[in-house]
Design a protein around this ligand. Sequence first.
Ligand SMILES: *[C@@H]1O[C@H](CO)[C@@H](O)[C@H](O)[C@H]1NC(C)=O
Ligand SMILES: *[C@@H]1O[C@H](CO)[C@@H](O)[C@H](O)[C@H]1NC(C)=O
Ligand SMILES: *[C@@H]1O[C@H](CO)[C@@H](O)[C@H](O)[C@H]1NC(C)=O
Ligand SMILES: *[C@@H]1O[C@H](CO)[C@@H](O)[C@H](O)[C@H]1NC(C)=O
Ligand SMILES: *[C@@H]1O[C@H](CO)[C@@H](O)[C@H](O)[C@H]1NC(C)=O
Ligand SMILES: *[C@@H]1O[C@H](CO)[C@@H](O)[C@H](O)[C@H]1NC(C)=O
Ligand SMILES: *[C@@H]1O[C@H](CO)[C@@H](O)[C@H](O)[C@H]1NC(C)=O
Length: 531
Amino acid sequence: MSPLLLLLTLLPGVCPMKPIEIYVKEDEMAALYCGESSQSNVRTTWKRCDTKQEVYSDMSASDQRQKGVLVLGNSLVILSASVYHQGNYSCSLKDSSNKAWFTVTVCTAQSRACEGKLQYSSSCYTHEACTLSCPDVNIPPVNITSNGIIWHKGEGGALAIDYFGSVEEKDAGVYTCIRSYLYYGQIYNMTFKVELDVQPSKIPQKYILITSPRNNDEVPVDLGSSVVIPCEAVTYTCSDSDSLFWLIGESFVEINNSLRVFYNYSCNNSTEKIKITASLVIKEVTEEDLSEQYICKLESDHQNSDFVTVNLILKVRPSYIPLTLCIVGFMAVMVVTSVVYVKFKVDITLFFRDTLGCHSSASDGKSYDAFLMCYESSTGAGINASDRRCLESILEDRFGYSLCLFDRDVLPGKDVAEAVLDCVELSRAVVLVPTSPDPVGPGSGLLSAIHEALVERQTRLVFISTETTQSPSLPEALHLLCEAGHHVTWRGSSCLQPSSSFWKQLRYYLPAPKHTLKVQLLPQSVQDVTS
Ligand SMILES: *[C@@H]1O[C@H](CO)[C@@H](O)[C@H](O)[C@H]1NC(C)=O
Ligand SMILES: *[C@@H]1O[C@H](CO)[C@@H](O)[C@H](O)[C@H]1NC(C)=O
Ligand SMILES: *[C@@H]1O[C@H](CO)[C@@H](O)[C@H](O)[C@H]1NC(C)=O
Ligand SMILES: *[C@@H]1O[C@H](CO)[C@@H](O)[C@H](O)[C@H]1NC(C)=O
Ligand SMILES: *[C@@H]1O[C@H](CO)[C@@H](O)[C@H](O)[C@H]1NC(C)=O
Ligand SMILES: *[C@@H]1O[C@H](CO)[C@@H](O)[C@H](O)[C@H]1NC(C)=O
Ligand SMILES: *[C@@H]1O[C@H](CO)[C@@H](O)[C@H](O)[C@H]1NC(C)=O
């Protein structure tokens, strides 16, 4: 404190610093508090620093009472304020540790200076609890006994209570609170106005229990392992965290992580919608846990309670049955396909050949589809001449093969061996037909030459045998040919049924007929050879 200020404080009527403003209703009480001394039992000096140069701290108790003031501890109490008390006051603690200045304004019904000064405001939200509080300004020290606080609606209206369990908009308005004190059998009042503002609710009518978990959710667990089930709710204040909790059946789960089953909760207020999470933790899931009902419950003053129930179910082990079935099914399909193909490959091949026209179209320089050549069946059970003609005509007329026939296409008088080899060369396949007996059948030397030619050109060979023709009984040269060719067995009635298996097999082993190449090359070349 500078000496100048010290000097100024001593001058009457001058308060050097901005004073503390005290407003007190006429006939009511106000206490001026000087502050706390660092030492106990330090006397406080209270005096007027206006035209009334009174030093209250020096007065006797009865003089003080006469002036309507009371020095109590570090406070100066104006018991019943009158115009007399309006003015400036200063206080100082004897050890100079504290000094203060006050301007006291006594408010009458008419005084304009007090407008709004004794009125305070308070706000609450609809549907929330709301407590009105009477301002605790200028209150006297403890030696003056408080006689309680009385609330009125409006100004001197009906008595009111200061607590609303769920405040409504109609509760808004001005309230009056009167603190009353008892001192030496006398009641002293302090009256304030409190304007209550009721604002629209910040809390929604209903919490939203969000998706995790949904009611009747099933949580898959493994026996012996731990499981955490978070339960989340959206709210508007973290103070509601404890309203979300877990039950097992009807018993409460505790928040104690040293237990086997407990829950913990957290509140995330980093977004506008505050999220509270109560996580149920089961450290080691047992068989009995599976039969319990787990209930996450929300209880709140603002709404009906809400809950979701979850159950634990055992995790399903990954199953290999579908895969096995798949593989078995696939293999079965493969086997069936193979069997069907093997069994019906002849029909299938012929079907595609006939319906889709799967013919080889590339020109290979051959003139005939097949060369029909007779061989002498040693057992004598060959194909007779009429059956042979039948064979030839069905192949040519019905199935469209162009044939090289020894007795038709090879001119007589020509060297037999040469002509036969020419025929073999110009044909895509050779069909050996058994006859009995064959006058023009090739000798065994020729058969060997044919065999060589077939092997060299990789020409197809179809070996027709009768039911009685047995390979071992064939001569050596024929035996070789028989081994090299495809076998088709002639049955007695084969010629009569073009749909019989003989025909199917024969056509299967023969290449597809080439319809386009009808140019007769052989006679010319035969002629060339002859000339
Ligand atoms: C109290 O002090 C203020 C200045 O702080 C002055 O304006 C006012 O007149 C004083 N009041 C009285 C009653 O002297
Ligand atoms: C006021 O109360 C305080 C604490 O109860 C006590 O120490 C003090 O003596 C009392 N003063 C008077 C004047 O009664
Ligand atoms: C103090 O308040 C009470 C209750 O409102 C009232 O009955 C009493 O008259 C008031 N006393 C004074 C001195 O105003
Ligand atoms: C938690 O549970 C353990 C074991 O039951 C117990 O010893 C401990 O006192 C509990 N702690 C609290 C805070 O309840
Ligand atoms: C609750 O406990 C679980 C499991 O111990 C843990 O993962 C989670 O972080 C805990 N949450 C809080 C908020 O402590
Ligand atoms: C709170 O929520 C926000 C947004 O969802 C997220 O980014 C943040 O990590 C959360 N904080 C905690 C402590 O969970
Ligand atoms: C979130 O909560 C923390 C602690 O509970 C608090 O300090 C912080 O002010 C809150 N933030 C919001 C946006 O409510």
